[in-house]
Design a protein around this ligand. Structure first.
Ligand code: NAI
Length: 462
């Protein structure tokens, strides 16, 4: 008899959620984790610590920008960087210990160490061999760099090093205007760093609805971030006192160099499957190094499954969580399912950017007949009171049926506001359904309703 019904490898949001759900569904479950704490990249060196620093630095921004306007006189804020980092560590600890508690509560065994799979049905952790009817790989992803750039996590850093800098840099170059570059770039810009972002594409956050991306860039520029777009970074030389970032502009091939105290490389992540022994047991991979899975998270080797950043799809904690729950349900004989058309994406800057479903550019490319309902936070009383009127809600609906096809919000609490639209989309709702739903006043969410009204007879406050 096998030691376990399921062994999950990796305790990030994909793995720990999967393990808990397996246990809840009556499966004897263990989760392998080699870090000293549970929670993976997200809780230890990703989503959670970056949100702590975003929150803290946002308070500094508010003090600078808005306190005096509200009649609050405060001295120039002094940043105690060591304390700010210690607050971040405390937030991490609360969260990682929380998962440990949930494991105990749900009777999930934590197998401490790095796991490998010598054969289907077996997981080796340290010197111990454990057996399981099913193995679920949830090993996540790691930051990628560019050729010619050596990461030392001191001067040239990934997101990991950027959360641990010894001091707040005077100048920072961010390579890549994606989610990580803009979130962490925002943190340091608010703490007084001169932040220059160099991006290969001609817009920031490539793939985002273009109207939102343009507005987002304007607002970040107002906060002091400088952008060089259409620029391919060639190399980083960190041998001198300042790091030198060399890039080439695509429009004329001209070569430029900018200097900085710290360089953040935020050019994407790749699946992390090192040391699992997948090649040896014949697990098929995609050309991009992802584990190949079928619609039920099964790999090419019977009894081995994979979820999260290690497989195809957006590298998002919540996508991994949903796959974790679905995989657990499938193993328990239920009909686990993830609706990949309704996966929200959020950038936790200020304002936030949140999107779900199709962008306007995608609808155009598909030749779909659609309508746009847009509402600016300028017409939202709550946003005006809170100095949060920059931005808008943009709803895309089918021209004929009025069914919601996508939503893009740039504005206060956009990430939280988005979910009523996600729920509506899950139920196949029309824009009119949102428009006819009473929304409390005064809330930011009224802007969602107004955008829905704008898909029909028109918004009231526009
Ligand atoms: P990303 O894919 O979002 O952005 C990378 C950017 O780097 C792209 O805009 C790309 O065009 C640019 N780039 C690539 N090569 C370049 C070069 N040679 N010179 C200049 N620019 C170059 O990747 P990022 O920000 O590193 O994030 C990694 C993953 O983590 C993403 O999948 C992201 O969704 C996820 N993540 C999600 C968060 C969230 O949901 N809030 C937060 C942090 C990460």
């Amino acid at each position: 008899m096998a030691d376990y019904d399921v062994i999950v490898i990796g305790s990030g949001p994909g793995g720990y959620v999967c393990a808990i759900r397996c246990a809840q569904l009556g499966l004897k479950t263990a989760c392998v984790e080699g870090r000293d704490t549970l929670g993976g990249t997200c809780l230890n060196i990703g989503c959670i610590p970056s949100k702590a620093l975003l929150h803290a630095s946002h308070q500094v921004h508010e003090m600078h920008e808005n306190f005096a306007k509200m009649g609050i006189k405060a001295a120039e804020p002094e940043i105690d960087w060591a304390q700010m980092k210690s607050y971040k560590e405390d937030v991490i600890a609360q969260n990682t210990k929380g998962i440990e508690f949930l494991f105990k509560k749900n009777k999930v065994d934590w197998l401490k160490g790095w796991g490998s799979i010598p054969e289907a049905g077996k997981v080796k952790v340290g010197d111990e061999l454990h057996s399981a009817k099913s193995i679920i790989i949830a090993s996540g992803s790691e930051a990628t760099s560019l050729p010619g750039i050596e990461i030392d996590e001191k001067t040239v850093v990934t997101s990991t090093g950027a959360l641990e800098l010894e001091e707040i840099p005077g100048e920072m170059v961010v390579i890549g205007a994606g989610v990580i570059g803009l979130e962490l770039g925002s943190v340091y810009a608010r703490l007084g760093t001169k932040v220059s972002v160099v991006e290969f594409m001609d817009t920031i956050t490539p793939g985002q609805d273009l109207e939102v991306a343009r507005q987002f860039q304007k607002l970040l520029a107002k906060q002091g971030l400088e952008f060089t777009l259409g620029a391919a970074v060639q190399s980083v030389d960190s041998s001198g006192e300042k790091a030198k970032v060399a890039y080439k502009l695509k429009k004329d091939d001209s070569e430029h160099v900018i200097e900085a105290d710290t360089v953040l490389v935020a050019t994407g992540r790749r699946p992390y499957t090192d040391g699992l022994g997948l090649a040896e047991i014949g697990v098929e991979m995609t050309e991009r190094g992802q584990i190949k899975t079928d619609g039920h998270y099964a790999t090419s080797v019977p009894g081995i499954y994979a979820i999260g950043d290690a497989i195809e799809g957006p590298m998002l904690a919540h996508k991994a969580e949903d796959e974790g729950m679905a995989a657990a349900e499938i193993l328990a004989g239920q009909a686990g399912h993830v609706n990949y058309n309704v996966i929200p994406g959020v950038i936790y800057t200020h304002p936030e950017v949140a999107s779900v479903g199709k962008t306007e550019e995608q609808l155009k490319a598909e030749g779909r007949a659609y309508k746009v309902g847009k509402f600016s936070f300028m017409g939202n009383g709550r946003a005006k009171a809170n100095f949060a009127a920059d931005g808008f809600v943009k709803l895309l609906a089918d021209k004929e049926t009025d069914r919601i096809l996508g939503a893009h919000i740039i504005g206060p609490m956009a990430g939280d506001m988005l979910h009523e639209i996600c729920v509506a989309m899950e139920f196949g709702a029309a824009a009119e359904d949102l428009a006819r739903t009473c929304h409390a006043h005064p809330t930011y969410s009224e802007a969602v309703r107004e955008a829905a009204l704008a898909c029909g007879d028109g918004a009231i406050h526009a």
